[in-house]
Design a protein around this ligand. Structure first.
Ligand code: FMN
Length: 622
């Protein structure tokens, strides 16, 4: 029970720690689940070091209690936090981050460690974790182990394990823990089977994110937990040739009360490929229509189930878990226990260790061969885990975000998506398919048939046109990076049609071949004829030497400087290659130096100012 000197609130993590005899709390700032997974693994491993842990979502906790955590003897708070956008925290860590930044809490006596999740190709690499680690110390807290930084562009799993292997000895020495116990594999969730007919259909989840039946009885407001089922009005091919496919999809949002602006993102919840779902059922010897629940064995956890339960295996594999991602090493560690063949087991164990040999095997067998979990089970034939345990181990299936390629001025009732269908052959002769685009590609409306539907919600972005349409804009969007700029141009055209003066607009677009993957060619040429845009086009493979948008920018440095330095232009980059964003940024810096006559430091400062005023924005993905 709580000690007298500790104040307890409703969202008290302190109370939970105390009532369960724990002293380690691992907070996560996570958008797509990696940080949450790492936090869970640390909390679980604590048992080995006599530091039984608890995972906690800062959004659900009274974080001011950090000032009192010292009242639990030898307690420790760990933070696994990701960085997004322009160095921003994740949604669930936002409030905590602001509190740390703007408040002056006394954190003396608090023991802490931070592990950051980021990606080196972004300019603000891991800036949230770096800031948090420094700020906690400033506020008086004691760092128990040095900051760890994970790079998702390389191998974030490896970074995490390497950090963790030194983190635990630091914890042991700080708290005088003598030796580690045996590694113990304990399941976090227990299986509850529901007999056929035991539960009425209305009580079994069929793909809802939170509320039962929310996909049948739709009620606004729509968001991540309550997506809107949008009808696909249009679904057509944009490429005119070549072996790749690019979809133009129009989603009906009428009646949803959802609004959007040009530059926003739409999140789409995909369904996993049914053939792959069937295959996993076979490999694990399960009947996919069996209904089950997974129940957290830690009754103090706020997360009762790993995903909505009760549900069928088919639903879990189709809607709730990621089955096409390459499994991380801790999953292989758990699966190793189900190998009946010693050689298979050895191989799985080896891949899950941090030794040079283990890493090399993981690299070749999983990473380079692009083996998802079904491929691993096929190629490690004696490994046959029960399906419920596999469902527990796999990460949650995440919605995919797309830059909306329309403007509400022209299309108030539909949201347009422009997406290349992801599909590739792997070295083992399999074909791996992108979950969402493959699924979307199969969902074409047909006359006389009910329109296919997809669960979506809209996410606001910072990617915005200038308030005044006469402000000039420069847009760099090769490939499907064109998407938000189609919306921007629709917006500009609407302003001009309404008689408002519009400023200059440059669009740098690139693709492989003019006659194959020049998407929206007719529309763009129409915009150009109407004076809404100047097109700058790079067709990389239409001549002997490769030409990319960066080559065109390089040619136009003087014009770039004139627009940015003298005409108050806004600059935008969008695309699926973060390296492109880095190259473009360097070219802009060069224009500022060479044409604007600034020094290197001044150019950097100039660009930073543009960024802080939202006159230089990037919307990039990997
Ligand atoms: N990492 C950074 O270090 N700095 C960034 O500014 C940054 N922005 C990102 C923006 C987007 C849209 C995405 C998808 C990732 C970004 N990342 C950035 C990388 C993520 O932080 C990294 O992938 C992390 O592992 C995600 O953790 P999570 O799964 O817990 O959300």
């Amino acid at each position: 029970q709580p000690a007298g000197n500790i104040q307890v609130t409703e969202n008290s993590f302190i109370k939970k720690l105390q009532s369960s005899g724990r002293r380690l709390v691992v907070f996560y700032g996570s958008q797509t689940g990696t940080g949450e997974e790492f936090a869970g693994r640390l909390a679980k491993e604590g048992v080995r070091y006599k530091m039984k842990g608890m995972v906690a979502d800062p959004e659900e906790c009274d974080m001011e209690e950090l000032t009192q955590l010292k009242n639990i003897e030898n307690s420790l708070a760990v933070f696994c936090v990701a960085t997004y956008g322009e160095g921003d925290p994740t949604d669930n860590a936002m409030e905590f981050f602001e509190w740390l930044k703007n408040g002056e809490p006394d954190l003396s006596g608090l023991n802490y460690a931070v592990f950051g999740l980021g990606n080196k190709t972004y300019e603000h690499y891991n800036s949230v974790a770096i800031y948090m680690d420094k700020r906690l110390e400033e506020l008086g807290a004691t760092r128990v182990h040095e900051l760890g930084l994970g790079d998702d562009d390389a191998n974030i799993e490896d970074d995490f394990i390497t950090w963790k292997e030194k983190f635990w000895p630091s914890v042991c020495s700080r708290f005088n823990i003598e030796s580690a116990g045996e590694e113990e594999l304990v399941r976090q969730f227990r299986l509850l089977r529901h007999a056929p007919g035991e539960l009425p259909d209305t009580q079994v989840f069929t793909g809802e994110m939170a509320r039962l039946n929310s996909l049948h009885t739709q009620r606004p407001p729509f968001d991540a937990k309550n997506p809107f089922l949008a009808e696909i009005k249009v679904n057509r091919e944009l490429h005119k040739g070549g072996d790749r496919s690019c979809l133009h999809v129009e989603l009906d949002i009428s009646g949803s009360k959802m609004r959007y602006e040009a530059g926003d993102h739409v999140a789409i919840y995909p369904t996993n490929d049914s053939a792959l779902v069937e295959r996993l059922g076979q490999l694990c010897g399960a009947s996919l229509d069996d209904v089950f629940s997974l129940i957290n064995t830690d009754t103090d956890s706020s997360k009762k189930h790993p995903f909505p339960c009760p549900t069928s295996y088919r639903t879990a594999l189709s809607h709730y878990v990621e089955i096409t991602a390459l499994p991380r090493t801790h999953i292989l560690r758990e699966l190793a226990e189900y190998c009946t063949d010693e050689e298979d087991k050895k191989k799985m164990l080896l891949m899950s260790t941090n030794s040079a040999e283990g890493k090399a095997l993981y690299q070749s067998f999983v990473a380079e061969a692009a083996r998802h979990v079904a491929a691993i089970l096929e190629d490690v034939p004696s490994c046959r885990p029960p399906l419920d345990h596999l469902c527990e181990l796999l990460p949650r299936l995440q919605p995919r975000y797309y830059s909306i390629s329309s403007s509400p001025k022209l299309h108030p009732e539909t949201v347009h998506v422009t997406a290349v269908v992801v599909q590739y052959s792997t070295p083992t002769g399999r074909v791996n398919k992108g979950v969402t685009t493959t699924w979307l590609a199969q969902r074409r409306p047909a006359p006389g048939a009910p329109a296919p539907k997809v669960p979506i919600y809209i996410r606001k972005s910072q990617f915005r046109l200038p308030l005044q349409p006469q402000t000039p804009i420069i847009m760099v969007g090769p490939g499907t990076g064109l998407a938000p700029f189609r919306g921007f141009l629709q917006e500009r055209a609407a302003a001009r049609a309404a008689g408002r003066p519009t400023g200059e607009a440059l669009l740098y677009f690139g693709c492989r071949h003019k006659d194959q993957d020049y998407i929206y060619q007719e529309e763009l040429e129409e915009f150009e004829r109407n004076g809404d845009v100047q097109l700058k086009l790079a067709f990389s493979r239409d001549q002997p030497e490769k030409v990319y948008v960066t080559h065109l920018l390089q040619r136009d440095l003087a014009q770039l400087w004139d627009l940015l330095g003298n005409q108050n232009a806004h600059f935008y980059i969008c695309g699926d290659a973060k390296n492109m964003a880095v190259d473009v940024r360097n070219l802009v810096l060069r224009a500022v130096r060479e044409c604007g006559g600034r020094s290197e430091a001044e150019a950097q400062q100039f660009l930073k100012r543009l960024e802080s005023m939202k006159k230089y924005s990037a919307d990039v993905w990997s």
